[in-house]
Design a protein around this ligand. Structure first.
Ligand code: ADP
Length: 295
């Protein structure tokens, strides 16, 4: 490696320590190495070589990039409604206030964008609270009736479903109990249901179901699924759905009041339960999202 040779040459020439970050390619992978080189001497202080210590910073570097992308995304997502609010308020102040019809329309847009800002901030706060609790293993789990949790979530989403004449069916044994945090799981099901309603046409059916599956050699799993007959998702998008702010169709999601954070909240709620979330989808046919929770 040319950089490494240069570092060694410099230490040999100057007799002084050198510190540098270098990038080494290993196949298709890039390694970020924090490199420290110091001169080595024998007992008579004669130079006999160079000691080089390499610290692999690749993982930290990736985390730092993730953090930077996240901050850039948040800023962009917050900036969009703020710019719109600013624009309409200025137009109002510049005279549109005198025309009651325009004034009303513009104020309605301002109200909508303010609600959007509020939704993004709420979702971000919820994400960070769940992450913090997961980190400190501070999630309280209890044996609760799953049907009660599902019914609570369906009730919360009922008016949205009714608006589109969508029927939400629940299939769950009333006796089924699960080890879970009811508030968080209700929130996760609300997010999945909200999406199912948003991305389904009118007059369709959404099925919410729960059942426990035994696994030889490991814990039983409680599986909670939300199945819709909506627009579905292309295969190449499936992997990215759970990323923060990822949407397959930005304009459609924003128009429906989506923040792009709903599914990453679901994912973090699953992780808080040491579980996972999976998706199966067929474009034009519908999607099934499942929470898999070890018991
Ligand atoms: P949003 O607030 O945009 O709904 P989510 O994180 O909840 O954000 O979902 C991310 C994206 O995944 C959505 O923008 C949409 O493209 C896609 N998606 C989620 N649920 C469904 C679904 N049931 N059917 C089709 N697409 C979906």
């Amino acid at each position: 490696n040319k950089d490494l040779h240069e570092i060694v040459d410099e230490v040999l020439a100057t007799g002084k320590p050198v510190e540098k970050d270098i990038i080494v390619f290993v196949g298709a992978d890039k390694l970020f190495l924090q490199t420290r080189a110091v001169p080595l001497a024998d007992e008579h202080d004669r130079p006999i070589g160079v000691l080089v210590v390499l610290n692999d910073m690749t993982r930290l570097h990736k985390l730092e990039n993730l953090r930077r992308d996240f901050v850039a995304n948040v800023s962009h997502e917050l900036k969009t409604p703020v710019t719109s609010i600013q624009g309409y308020v200025e137009t109002l102040l510049d005279g549109a206030l005198d025309n009651p019809e325009d004034a009303r329309r513009f104020l309605e847009i301002v109200a909508r964008q303010t609600a959007r800002l509020d939704a993004i901030i709420d979702d971000l706060l919820m994400l960070s609270r769940i992450e913090l609790k997961t980190e400190h293993q501070d999630i309280s789990l209890a044996q609760v009736k799953v049907l009660e949790v599902l019914t609570g979530a369906v009730q919360t989403c009922q008016s949205r479903a009714t608006e589109k004449n969508i029927r939400v069916e629940i299939a769950c044994d009333p006796a089924l109990a699960g080890l879970l945090n009811p508030n968080l799981i209700e929130q996760a099901v609300i997010n999945l249901l909200t999406n199912a309603i948003t991305y389904s046409p009118e007059n369709t059916v959404i099925a919410v179901s729960a059942s426990e599956h035994g696994h030889t050699g490991s814990k039983n799993r409680l599986v909670i699924s939300v199945k819709d007959h909506g627009i579905g998702i292309e295969r190449d998008q499936l992997e990215r759905l759970f990323e923060r702010f990822y949407r397959t169709d930005k304009a459609r999601s924003s128009a429906q009041g989506g923040t792009g954070l709903g599914l990453s909240i679901v994912k973090h709620i699953a992780i808080a339960h040491k579980g996972s979330v999976t998706v199966q989808s067929e474009p034009g046919q519908g999607s099934t999202f499942s929470l898999v929770l070890p018991q």
